[in-house]
Design a protein around this ligand. Structure first.
Ligand code: 7TS
Length: 413
């Protein structure tokens, strides 16, 4: 399969040299960072882009006629254009900078949602969503009297598409689905779901937080009406993310927050709004963050997004085989289409204890419900241990995880 040959061409040792933090030791052991789904490490290209902005261009944007302000504005708008290219948007104006996925989804819920969802309407999500793709919709439903319906998953962690389709009616106004599950790694068939949503006249909101770091994203090929992602999960800074929205939807939506930057005129008789995307960017944005995020997008493209996907699939297969071979380990999430996530439980050991023992060995994983409590409920576990993969992870690091699980066995088996 081409996966293996692409993975062989991928020079992971060269990639590792781009990430200064990987030289660190933890508890006297080399850091093995396997918590990428929570937040990724930053390459020098991103750190330098942020440093360079503050060291040489820093000023507020869209306001000053002075030189620095013009430079900062140009860099911020160039970052928008980069992100438009990165997600396949038709126009830069379709890219709104937010704090991250959470804010992007809240923006859609409280701007598009409040304007378009009425009492008796329905919003469909899935059982595998992160809480940030559940709670905004629950809040909206409470406010307008709409109903939230979850589409079920099966015991491998795959979405049951027929069940999703059977939930869709002319009452469905929004379908909100994760592209990739953070707890299970399941990749959802977004283009197919878009067809189903559009067939009943609903819009499709995609939570892409776990997809942009791992695969090529093309919002138009996917048929996404809205697409949300976070900088810090794709090797960029924290506190910055993107909402893509189709231009005609954004044009028709009311503002989400009020303040400076988002207006055309203000008077006590009534105010008017700036054009998109500025209508949705009230206040001074995270300028350095946007510039750092664009540097991260450029960095991922320089590695090759298909090569990254192949490398991570190869590591996932290796990790799955070696973890499954440990007596007592039970994998949670074995969907046919999945990426970059190894969620598991081990006999009677609480995942938090597993996490602590692994940390002693320098291995960073996340343990808990991963902000996806309905997923935990489905599998009948309170929590899992989750190793999540990134561009710099190696087979040797998977071996270190497996060896550290040997310590867990000594204590708990
Ligand atoms: N959606 C998904 C699928 C996520 O995985 C996360 C964060 C979010 C939304 C929220 O992103 P934020 O950047 O706005 O916070 N997921 C995780 C995780 O798996 N472990 O820590 C955070």
């Amino acid at each position: 399969m081409s996966t293996t040959s692409a993975a062989t061409r991928y020079d992971v040792e060269r990639v590792r040299r781009d990430f200064p933090i990987l030289d660190r030791q933890v508890n006297g052991k080399p850091l093995v960072y396997l918590d990428n789904a929570a937040s990724t490490q930053k390459p020098t290209a991103v750190i330098e882009a942020v440093r360079d902005y503050y060291a040489t261009h820093n000023a507020n944007i869209h306001r000053g006629v002075h030189r620095l302000s013009q430079e900062a504005t140009a860099a911020f708008e160039a970052a928008r254009a980069t992100m438009a290219r990165f997600v396949g948007a038709e126009q830069s104006e379709e890219i709104i900078f937010t704090r991250g996925t959470t804010e992007s989804i809240n923006l859609v819920a409280f701007s598009y949602g409040r304007a378009n969802v009425k009492a008796g309407d329905e919003i469909v999500v899935t059982e595998m969503e992160h809480h940030s793709n559940i709670i905004p919709w629950q809040l909206l439903c409470e406010q307008v009297g709409a109903v939230l319906k979850p589409a079920p998953i099966d015991d491998t962690g795959d979405l049951i598409l027929d069940e999703l389709e059977s939930l869709l009616t002319e009452r469905t106004k929004i379908v909100a689905v994760g592209h990739v599950s953070n707890a299970l790694g399941t990749i959802n068939p977004i283009a197919r779901i878009a067809e189903m949503a559009h067939a009943v006249g609903a819009v499709l909101v995609v939570d892409g937080a776990q997809a942009t770091p791992h695969a090529t994203v093309d919002v138009r090929a996917l048929g996404a009406d809205f697409y949300a992602c976070s900088g810090h999960k794709m090797y960029g800074p924290t506190g910055i993310g993107v909402l893509y929205g189709r231009r005609e939807l954004l044009d028709a939506m009311p503002p989400y927050q009020g303040g400076g930057e988002m207006i055309r005129t203000v008077s006590f008789e009534g105010s008017t709004w700036a054009e998109v995307p500025h209508k949705f960017e009230a206040g001074t944005p995270n300028i350095a963050g946007a510039i750092g995020l664009a540097a991260a997008a450029d960095y991922l493209e320089s590695l090759g997004r298909e090569a990254i996907a192949a490398h991570e699939l190869d590591l996932m297969a290796y990790g799955t085989a070696h973890l499954e071979a440990i007596p007592g380990v039970h994998m949670i999430g074995t969907a046919r289409e999945k990426t970059a996530v190894l969620s598991f439980v081990f006999e009677s050991a609480h995942p938090h204890d597993i996490g602590t023992i692994l940390d002693n060995e320098g291995v960073a994983v996340r343990t808990g419900h991963h902000c996806a409590q309905p997923v935990m409920k489905h599998f009948g576990v309170p929590a899992t241990a989750r190793a999540s993969l990134g561009v710099y992870n190696t087979h040797e690091e998977i071996d270190a995880l497996v060896a550290a699980m040997g310590k867990v066995r000594e204590l708990f088996a």
